[in-house]
Structure formats: structure tokens, C-alpha cells
Design a protein around this ligand. Structure first.
Ligand SMILES: Cc1cc2nc3c(=O)[nH]c(=O)nc-3n(C[C@H](O)[C@H](O)[C@H](O)COP(=O)(O)OP(=O)(O)OC[C@H]3O[C@@H](n4cnc5c(N)ncnc54)[C@H](O)[C@@H]3O)c2cc1C
Length: 317
């Protein structure tokens, strides 16, 4: 039977790859056409721009080892350790911090690489996960164990709230974000890798995707406030004029963009954090993802890894 992992974001593929490495038979179901989840790219004329996570940071030794292998394979590079800061529309002092990593082909490429040789079934939306006397079932089919590697509200749709996993995800609030990608004819903004935007009614972050990608393309990506995303939930494209105007005002861009694209993330990040790094109950149903800790790429990757370790131990692998 083996283990079924539902969700091919970074948490799901990290979990499945570790299970496979421990000799567990594992299948990954992903509802989208491709793996990646919130490590997503928008392609304009073939060029990718990151529209989910803007970058990632590393503080865990296990993740650091993984990142070194990605770097050796040319998949990631150190981008910057200094970000600009705007308070409202006023640029303040740059803030030094941890190294931010970026991927020349987009962060999704890390998920694709991790998925590697896994048995990944895309375009497969799971409807129901239930505990059973002989192991859990996924849409009626039995498995040795099941992992739901996705935001809590998505997992809650598949589970009965009176199961341990269902109770663990019930009622957890997540916040939305809109991601605007804007392509210009030329760069006419001051050099900056990215900027935190504080106390602004429209934007929270701006990233120079050409700087991030390393190809210098005149492409900017901006993330909205949760309030703006909620206002435009039914019409995300309708937020483009306000986001574009705010972006141009912040960076002093004189040109109109040649093209824009808005992506709606209804479940961008959990409103709260948890101390546990994953959930696994006696019924063989596990939960992983960035909802298990602070919402970060590293958190999601570690959550999948640690759940895989616990499951492999339980299965005697
Ligand atoms: C706008 C934005 C900015 C961010 N910025 C940063 C940042 O700068 N740094 C950082 O470290 N992190 C950042 N993050 C967070 C980071 O992207 C996430 O922590 C990480 O990608 C979560 O991975 P995951 O595997 O837990 O979940 P996801 O990537 O959401 O993967 C879940 C997968 O499950 C699939 N799925 C859901 N339901 C089903 C179903 N019923 N059947 C089959 N498949 C299903 C989904 O399609 C999806 O592919 C950002 C996120 C967003 C949205």
C-alpha cells in the first residue's frame, strides 16, 4: 500500500523524498498541474518571476546541508543580506540581516528538483481522508499512512473535525496576499534587491526580480497587505492599478509598466504559529507544512523531513 503524501509543495516533496530514501513506498498527489505550491513562478514570455516566497533564509544545519547541495547543482545562490526599508512612503536605513537565497530559475525549481524520481501524480485533487480500522483511506483507497502537506484550511476540507488531525487544523486562520508582477521597458529605479514596506495601506514588500534572478530584467514584484487582498478577493486583477501606483510612487518609477499580472494567495501565511513541527496520530494521518512553526520555506521543508522520520520509524524503516 505505502504512504500517500497529498500536496507537492516544499513540505510534501521533502517528506516524500525522505520516506523514499528510507525505503518507504510513497506516492504524491498534487491537485495543480505542477509541483511547487507557494514556491510559484509567473512566466512572462518564458521568463520566470517568483510570485510566492520572495526568498528564503537558513538557520538549521539540516536545511543548510540541503541548500549547499542545491547550490552545488547551480539551483540556488546567495542573493543579499541587506534589504531596504520604507516606513510608509519614506525610505529609511537599509537593514542588514541573514543571507537571503534566491533561485535563478525560480524557487519552484527547488521543489521540482527535490521531487526528482518520486512517483508524483499531478492534476489529482484529493477529496477525503478518513481513519480506518486497517489504516487511513484516501478517497476510499487504503494506505499505510497519509500525509497532508498543505495549509490548515485546505487540510480541514479533507478531514472530519472529530479526528485528531481534523481537530488540529480546525478553525485556524490564514491571511491572504496579492502578488503583483510588473514588467517595464527599462530600469529607472534606484538599485535595491528588495524592500520591506511598513505601515503602508497597499504594499508590504517590493522585490527587484531582475536583481533576484541575476538577469537584470526590468521586472518588479510587490506583495499587498492582507486588507487589500481581502478587499479584492473576488477581483484580484482590480488591485493592479492601486498596487502599480504604490510601487511607482515608492521607487520613483516614471514609466508605466508594459505589463502587469496579479496572483491571489488566499492562504499565504498562517495568522499564528505553533510550537510542534508536525502532527502524527495513531490513526496514521500526518500533517506537515509551514503552518507547523513560523511560516517559512525552511519551516515547511523541516516539517516534512521530521514527519517522514517519525513515519519511517513507525513503519520500521
Ligand atoms: C506571497 C508569499 C510570500 C512569501 N514569502 C516568503 C519568504 O520571503 N520567505 C520564506 O521563507 N517563505 C515565504 N513564504 C512562505 C513559503 O512560500 C511557504 O512557507 C512554503 O512555500 C510552504 O510550503 P508548503 O509545502 O507547506 O505548502 P504549499 O506550498 O502551499 O503546498 C501545498 C500543496 O498542496 C496542494 N494541495 C492542496 N490541497 C490539495 C488537495 N486536496 N489535493 C491535492 N493537492 C492539494 C496545493 O496545490 C499545493 O501545491 C511566502 C509565501 C507567500 C504566499
Amino acid at each position: 500500500m505505502g504512504v500517500i503524501v497529498i500536496g507537492a509543495g516544499i513540505a510534501g516533496v521533502s517528506c516524500a523524498a525522505e520516506l523514499a530514501a528510507r525505503g518507504v513506498d510513497v506516492t504524491v498527489y498534487e491537485r495543480a498541474r505542477a509541483a511547487g505550491g507557494r514556491l510559484a513562478v509567473h512566466r512572462h514570455e518564458g521568463r520566470p518571476a517568483d510570485i510566492g516566497a520572495a526568498y528564503f533564509t537558513v538557520s538549521d544545519d539540516r536545511f543548510a546541508a540541503r541548500v549547499r547541495r542545491w547550490a552545488d547543482d547551480g539551483l540556488v545562490r546567495e542573493w543579499t543580506d541587506t534589504l531596504a526599508v520604507f516606513d510608509g512612503t519614506t525610505r529609511g536605513d537599509d537593514t542588514p540581516g541573514p543571507v537571503r537565497f534566491a533561485a535563478p530559475a525560480g524557487l519552484r525549481s527547488l521543489v521540482t528538483a527535490t521531487a526528482g524520481e518520486l512517483d508524483l501524480r499531478t492534476g489529482r485533487t484529493v477529496e477525503r481522508v478518513r481513519p480506518g480500522p486497517d489504516g487511513p483511506t484516501v478517497d476510499g483507497a487504503r494506505a499505510d499512512a497519509v500525509v497532508l502537506a498543505m495549509p490548515d484550511p485546505q487540510a480541514a476540507r479533507l478531514l472530519d473535525p472529530d479526528t485528531p488531525a481534523g481537530a488540529a487544523v480546525a478553525g485556524r486562520e490564514w491571511n491572504p496576499v496579492l502578488a503583483l508582477t510588473a514588467g517595464f521597458a527599462r530600469r529607472d529605479w534606484p538599485r535595491l534587491p528588495a524592500a520591506f514596506v511598513n505601515d503602508h495601506p497597499v504594499l508590504t514588500l517590493v522585490a527587484d526580480d531582475g536583481d533576484r534572478r541575476g538577469d537584470d530584467a526590468p521586472v518588479l514584484v510587490a506583495h499587498s497587505t492582507g486588507d487589500l487582498a481581502r478587499t479584492h478577493d473576488a477581483d484580484p486583477g482590480g488591485a493592479a492599478p492601486a498596487m502599480t501606483a504604490a510601487l511607482r510612487e515608492l521607487l520613483g518609477v516614471t514609466d508605466e509598466p508594459g505589463w502587469t499580472h496579479v496572483h491571489r494567495w488566499r492562504l499565504a501565511a498562517p495568522a499564528g504559529t505553533r510550537d510542534e513541527t508536525f502532527h502524527l496520530d495513531d490513526d496514521g494521518i500526518g500533517l506537515a507544512g509551514d503552518g507547523w512553526g513560523r511560516s517559512r520555506v525552511q519551516t515547511a521543508w523541516l516539517s516534512g523531513l521530521e514527519l517522514a522520520g517519525a513515519l519511517a520509524d513507525r513503519l520500521g524503516r
